[in-house]
Design a protein around this ligand. Structure first.
Ligand SMILES: [Zn+2]
Length: 497
C-alpha cells in the first residue's frame, strides 16, 4: 500500500504572499506514492481513507522538511584536526584533516541533519583529489550514502581551475615559500589539478547517472571568483544554459574576497560574474557577506537567490552578513549550515534560532527577522535553490511529501503560554529531541531516534574504528605542512585590508 495519512494538530503548510504562515488545524496530509494528494480536515480524510496507514496523531505539529542550503562534508574539520581560522588561513589549516571513507563521512552528517528535521541537503563537494575516475567514485559514494539513508540531496562537484591556496596563482604561492616547503606544497596542489574540461565531464556523467532518481539532483557549483578564470566562468554559464541546472556559487564571503574582486576586475565580484550571464534565476550566491546594496539590487533584478550561512560566517571570522538587508531586497534567502554549526554539528533547528537571534539589530525601530521569515528561508526559499524547486519546501497537493513531525509536548514541556504564535514557539524552543518523525517522499527515514534504513550505532563504530589509529605517514606530513603554510598564507594578505 502506497497511501498514508500524516495526522497533526497543526500543519504549517507554507507561507502566504505577505509572509504570514499558512496553518491547517486538526488536519491530515493524504500521501500517495510519495506525493501529497490532499490536505484537509483530519476526520474527513480519515473517514474516506479507512485502511490507510496513519502516521503522527494528536500532539503533533507537521512542518515542511527543512532544507540545509549549503553543506560540504560529514565529520567536521574541527573533529578531524583543523582549528577554526579566518577563511583564508583555514585553507592551509584544512590540510591537517584526517581522511575518512566518503560513505561513513556522509552518513555521519546525514544522521545529524535528519535528526534536526532536514530532508534535503545542498551538498557542495569542494575538494576531491585524483583523476576524474577518482572524483566520480567519491561523488557516487557520497550520493549513494544519501540514497542509502533516504535523504534528498542536490549534489555538485565544485568547478575550480586556479588559485588553490591563496588568491593568486599556485606557482606564485609555491615560489614565495621557503625552499623546503616548495616540493611538498606543489605535490599537494597537483593532486587537485583535474583539468576544467574533466570537471565539466564529471558533472555530465553524474547527471546522466542519477537522472532517474527523484531524490537526487545534480547541479553546478562554480566555486568562487578567485578559484575561477574568466574562461571557467564562461564555461559554467554555458553548462547552465545548456542543461538548465541550478548554480550555487560562493561569493564575497570575506573582506579579502571583496578586495580580490576589486584588484582583479576593478569593481564588484557580482558585476564581474554577471558579465558572463551567470546572474539569473538559476544562480544562488552562498554567503555574500560583503555584498553592497547595489549587488543586492542586481541579484533582485536578475531573480537570483542567496544562501545565508550564519554559523560559518562566525566561526571563520568572515563577518556578519546583513540578513535584514538581504530580506528587504526581496531576494529569496536560503539558510545553510556550511561546514558545521556553533555546536560543531548540523542542527538546523539551532541554525534557524541563531539566524533569528543574531540579526536583531540594536534600536527599537531597527529591523530584525521574524520567526516566519527564518522558517521560510529554511523551507520554501531553500527549495528554490535546488533542482527540486517547485516540488518541495511547502506542503500542498502535488508536491512531494517531505514532512517533519514534531512532538509538541516535547517542544513546550512543561508549559508554554498559548498566546505565543506557533511558528515563534517552534523557532525559539524546538530542539532535536522534539523531532519525532522525518518523512522524505512519503517514506519514514527517521522515527523516535532511529533510522530504519541504516544502523547509526554501527556507522559510528566503523568511524571510530577507522580513525582510532595513529596518523599515517601521509597524514602526519600533511599536518606538518598545514602548520608550516599558515604564516606564508597570512603574509600574502598582510597589506590587503
Ligand atoms: Zn561553503
Amino acid at each position: 500500500m502506497n497511501k498514508k495519512l500524516i495526522v497533526a494538530d497543526q500543519i504549517v503548510c507554507g507561507f502566504a504572499a505577505d509572509g504570514s504562515p499558512e496553518i491547517a488545524n486538526d488536519a491530515a496530509i493524504l500521501v500517495d506514492c510519495g506525493r501529497i494528494v490532499a490536505i484537509g480536515d483530519r476526520n474527513d480524510l480519515s473517514q474516506v481513507n479507512r485502511d490507510v496507514q496513519i502516521v503522527g496523531g494528536h500532539g503533533r505539529v507537521a512542518i515542511p522538511g527543512l532544507i540545509n542550503g549549503h553543506h560540504h562534508v560529514g565529520l567536521t574539520p574541527f573533529q578531524l584536526g583543523a582549528r577554526d581560522q579566518p577563511l583564508e588561513l583555514w585553507f592551509p589549516e584544512r590540510l591537517a584533516m584526517r581522511d575518512v571513507d566518503p560513505r561513513l563521512d556522509t552518513l555521519f552528517s546525514a544522521f545529524e541533519m535528519i535528526a534536526s528535521g532536514v530532508t534535503t541537503v545542498q551538498h557542495l563537494q569542494s575538494r576531491a583529489p585524483g583523476d576524474s575516475e577518482a572524483v566520480l567514485q567519491r561523488s557516487n559514494a557520497i550520493i549513494n550514502a544519501y540514497a542509502e539513508v533516504g535523504m534528498r540531496a542536490s549534489y555538485s562537484f565544485a568547478l575550480r581551475d586556479q588559485n588553490r591556496m591563496i588568491y593568486d596563482a599556485d606557482e606564485v604561492f609555491v615560489a614565495a615559500l621557503p625552499q623546503a616547503l616548495r616540493a611538498p606544497t606543489a605535490a599537494y596542489l597537483a593532486g587537485f589539478g583535474l583539468p576544467l574540461a574533466e570537471q565539466i565531464a564529471v558533472f555530465h556523467r553524474l547527471q546522466e547517472h542519477w537522472c532517474d532518481n527523484d531524490l537526487i539532483g545534480i547541479q553546478i557549483a562554480p566555486s568562487n571568483l578567485h578559484w575561477l578564470s574568466d574562461y571557467a566562468l564562461e564555461s559554467a554559464a554555458q553548462m547552465a544554459s545548456e542543461t538548465g541546472a541550478p548554480l550555487h556559487m560562493h561569493l564575497l564571503e570575506t573582506p579579502y574576497q571583496k578586495e580580490y574582486a576589486f584588484r582583479r576586475t576593478g569593481g564588484s565580484a557580482l558585476e564581474h560574474v554577471d558579465r558572463f550571464g551567470l546572474v539569473g534565476p538559476q544562480l544562488t550566491i552562498g554567503h555574500g557577506v560583503w555584498m553592497t546594496n547595489e549587488d543586492l539590487s542586481l541579484l533582485a533584478e536578475r531573480g537570483a537567490c542567496l544562501c545565508h550561512n550564519c554559523s560559518s560566517n562566525l566561526r571563520l571570522k568572515s563577518g556578519v552578513a546583513d540578513l535584514n538587508a538581504f530580506i528587504a531586497s526581496g531576494v529569496p534567502v536560503a539558510l545553510g549550515i556550511d561546514e558545521a554549526g556553533i555546536n560543531d554539528d548540523r542542527d538546523m533547528l539551532q541554525e534557524m534560532r541563531l539566524a533569528l537571534s543574531l540579526h536583531r539589530a540594536a534600536g527599537h525601530g531597527a529591523p530584525s527577522p521574524s520567526a516566519s521569515q527564518i522558517l521560510r528561508m529554511a523551507t520554501e526559499h531553500g527549495a528554490a535553490t535546488t533542482p527540486f524547486a517547485g516540488r518541495i519546501g511547502r506542503l500542498a497537493p502535488g508536491l512531494s511529501a517531505d514532512v517533519v513531525l514534531l512532538d509538541w509536548d516535547a517542544v513546550t514541556r512543561p508549559w508554554q503560554d498559548p498566546s505565543m504564535p506557533l511558528v515563534d514557539v517552534l523557532l525559539r524552543r524546538a530542539k532535536t529531541g522534539a523531532v519525532e518523525t522525518v518523512i522524505v517522499a512519503g517514506e519514514t527515514v527517521y522515527h523516535e531516534g532511529h533510522f530504519p534504513r541504516v544502523d547509526r550505532e554501527s556507522v559510528f563504530e566503523d568511524i571510530s574504528r577507522a580513525l582510532n589509529r595513529p596518523d599515517t605517514e601521509a597524514e602526519a606530513s600533511l599536518k606538518r605542512l598545514a602548520k608550516n603554510l599558515i604564516e606564508p598564507v597570512r603574509d600574502f594578505y598582510r597589506d590587503w585590508l
